[in-house]
Unconditional design. Structure first.
Lengths: 566, 137
């Protein structure tokens, strides 16, 4: 019976249709052999479209479905589930990546991107014609998770995982847990201090039998894949291996370090960074002193290392407006005669943080503002730092503040030590933080199966946001291994017994010892052990009679796709 | 099939599901443009690519084939490097016997974050193919 295929071409809002004529793509394939229906859709992944697909499968008696949309890393599983809801075998589903590999890759060439998209969809149709119903392969998954980084994010993730029936290895390269938060005192919006929070989390972790805290430890090796990942750990001079089913990366951030003479840093006296200022007000008592002199006038210069022009850190670090306003209020409360001057580029104290901004204004803090093309300057006069600004809030008037202390409000930057990222080959975004698969749909997953990310290693976050992402990543990592068994695609090698000559060339090629020789009707032939075969295909090119094919990547399918792409 | 003159060379890329295909995706995400006549077929592992597929691509009119190999990152083990190398060697021999320039097959290890490297490789390969196969363009 001829296959009945349904094709859906996604606009992805405008992510595809702004660069590709999706209607032309639809018209180009609607009359192809086996195509029963071809539709465009604004968002293929929307509930409405998914429901429509299920209806279409039933109403049009489809036996295969293709969606041409974003990368399969994002939505392959989504649409396989849709086909299952339409009572089709999920492995009959074929995905065409027309966003990352067409519309975005060729956003500079609308006609060529459209032509390429047509051919990618035709290739998917060619593959779809020969797809077969399959059953998933099941593999054992280690019920343990490694959490790399024992800051607040890693600690919270470890506790969340430990509450489930899984073993957690919490790996920290420093000699103590807590990361940056352990060094902080007063926080907004809580009465607890940073070190108190860390202490509570640490006490909780120490009580749990199923948590191993590995301090002074670094991951130096990584072998295997989701379900069975072997990590080599170096703890001081000792090296040992652990095996886990999933890895949660929570390696955090490092504060932006201003360049020499950036807003006078390192050149003009009494210019320090926000982390240094927080340490100062936490530890000083009575009078606020710096370099032996009493501090009264404090100038805060915002967005240092954030919102920079192209080539620098173009992102907003998000936490620093609030952190600065909070530190300024704390300084005013703790020490006498403090006057705060905030040199901002627009305050971004979102949500309840606005309350703190209001408190700051009511307390007498002065806010001045400039644009990115006319930043304040810092220079020395009589051995004191002076900040000059053309303040847009007073119609561009040039104002100067003679300060006792200038605080550069430095944002978060990705860690310069990329050992963990390199080891797991974690993709980084334009901001050089680790990249999730999708900011909204798969916010803690990476393209590497079984590796999740959380906290400030994937972008600037507050403690609250970091903890939220820790909970999400812990849940995702746990879901990978919770059943002790993982379902994987049934991509295994198959032998054409008639074509097999029993030469045995394929046997040494298999890294999993999945091939053996057996007698079959008086003839020696190769046979695949389906439970051992991982579907790499290493055995397939060496067969002199081309008797081995890989399920879902057969000669017919690959060569059919090549024919369609020409 | 006769090769028509083109502004950009027609290149078939064999990528790998878990390692090099994410890098090619990220090239798109970062809008790192490369010639639009570059088409990708993802397979599980670069060591499982068959010579007959590559030869079929040339027969059908592709100017070049690029294998975006797993390299040492292959999830199926380190032998991937050696075995992918053997696939290339075997295919080069077959190409010579069919009088096809072996340089029309290129391979580079492309890890999951190697978007820039991928785009550089493809642009350079495109230039080579245009120069040798479509000198009039």
């Amino acid at each position: 019976m001829e296959k009945r295929i349904g094709v859906y071409i996604c606009h992805c809002g405008g992510n595809i249709s702004d660069y590709v004529d999706v209607e032309k793509v639809r018209q180009s394939v609607e009359n192809d052999d086996n195509i029963v229906l071809a539709k465009t859709t604004m968002f293929a992944c929307s509930d409405a479209n998914q429901n429509e697909m299920v209806e279409d499968i039933k109403n049009h008696n489809l036996d295969a479905v293709i969606v041409a949309s974003c990368s399969p890393k994002l939505h392959l599983v989504t649409f396989r589930n849709v086909t299952e809801r339409g009572d089709l075998n999920k492995y009959t589903y074929v995905h065409a990546n027309i966003r990352e590999q067409a519309s975005w890759a060729h956003a500079d060439n609308f006609p060529a991107a459209t032509d390429k998209t047509i051919q990618l969809v035709k290739a998917a149709i060619a593959k779809s014609r020969t797809t077969k119903a399959l059953e998933p392969t099941k593999i054992k998954a280690e019920r343990s998770v490694a959490v790399i980084g024992a800051g607040v994010t890693g600690m919270k993730a470890a506790i969340t995982l430990a509450e489930k029936d899984t073993h957690v290895f919490l790996i920290e390269k420093e000699s103590q847990v807590g990361g940056w938060v352990a060094k902080w005192k007063d926080l907004f919006m809580t009465e607890e201090t940073g070190d108190m929070i860390v202490k509570q989390l640490h006490e909780d972790l120490k009580k749990r039998q199923n948590v191993s805290i590995l301090l002074n430890s670094e991951v130096i090796g990584n072998v295997g894949s989701i379900g069975n990942i072997s990590l080599k750990i170096k703890q001081k001079e000792e090296e040992f291996d652990i095996t886990v089913g999933s890895v949660l990366v929570a390696t955090g951030f490092e504060p932006y370090k201003p360049k020499e003479d950036e807003f006078g840093f390192g050149k003009v006296p009494n210019v320090i960074t926000l982390p240094e200022f927080k340490q100062l007000i936490d530890h000083e008592k009575g009078k606020l002193m710096y370099n032996g002199k009493k501090v009264e006038n404090i100038a805060y210069i915002y967005c240092v290392g954030s919102r920079q022009p192209e080539g620098g850190n173009t992102y907003c670090s998000r936490y620093c407006c609030t952190a600065t306003i909070h530190a300024a209020i704390e300084a005013r409360k703790k020490f006498k005669d403090i006057q705060n001057y905030h040199f901002t580029r627009g305050v971004r104290s979102y949500g309840k943080q606005e309350l703190l901004y209001a408190e700051s204004l009511q307390g007498g803090d002065i806010f001045l503002q400039s644009y990115e093309d006319d930043l304040p300057t810092v220079f020395a006069r009589n051995n004191r730092p002076v900040v000059r600004i053309n303040d847009i809030l007073t119609g561009g008037k040039e104002l100067e503040v003679e300060a006792d202390l200038v605080v550069l409000v430095t944002g978060m930057a990705p860690r310069s030590n990329d050992t963990v990222g390199s080891l797991f080959k974690l993709p980084r975004g334009r901001d050089r933080f680790f990249n999730e698969v999708h900011m909204k749909l798969r916010p803690v997953e990476t393209v590497i199966d079984g590796i999740t990310i959380a906290g400030a290693c994937q972008g600037p976050k507050t403690i609250l946001e970091s903890v939220n992402s820790a909970l999400a990543a812990a849940t995702k990592s746990y879901s990978n291994i919770s059943k002790g068994v993982l379902e994987t695609d049934p991509q295994i090698a198959t032998i054409d017994v008639k074509a097999c000559t029993g030469c045995g060339d394929c046997i040494p090629e298999c890294p999993f010892d999945a091939i053996s020789m057996v007698e079959d009707k008086g003839k020696t032939v190769a046979v695949i052990n389906n439970t051992l075969c991982k579907g790499c295909g290493m055995c397939t090119p060496v067969c002199p009679t081309d008797a081995i094919d890989l399920v879902a990547f057969s000669n017919v399918q690959i060569m059919g796709m090549i024919d369609a792409l020409v | 099939m006769a090769i028509a003159n083109r502004k950009t060379a027609k290149i078939l890329v064999f990528s790998t599901d878990k390692i090099s295909d994410p890098a090619i995706d990220m090239a798109g995400l970062l809008k790192l443009h490369y010639p639009p006549t570059v088409y990708t077929i993802a397979v599980p592992c670069s060591s499982g690519i068959k010579t007959k597929w590559i030869l079929h691509a040339y027969e059908k009119g592709f100017d070049g084939v690029f294998i975006a190999a797993d390299g040492t990152d292959c999830v199926y083990g380190e032998t991937c490097v050696e075995k992918t190398g053997r696939v290339i060697a075997r295919t080069h021999e077959a190409m010579k016997s069919k009088d096809i320039d072996p340089a029309r097959l290129r391979m580079a290890a492309i890890c999951s974050v190697c978007s820039d490297a991928f785009v550089k490789q493809i642009r350079s390969f495109n230039e080579y193919l245009l120069k040798t196969l479509h000198p009039e363009t």
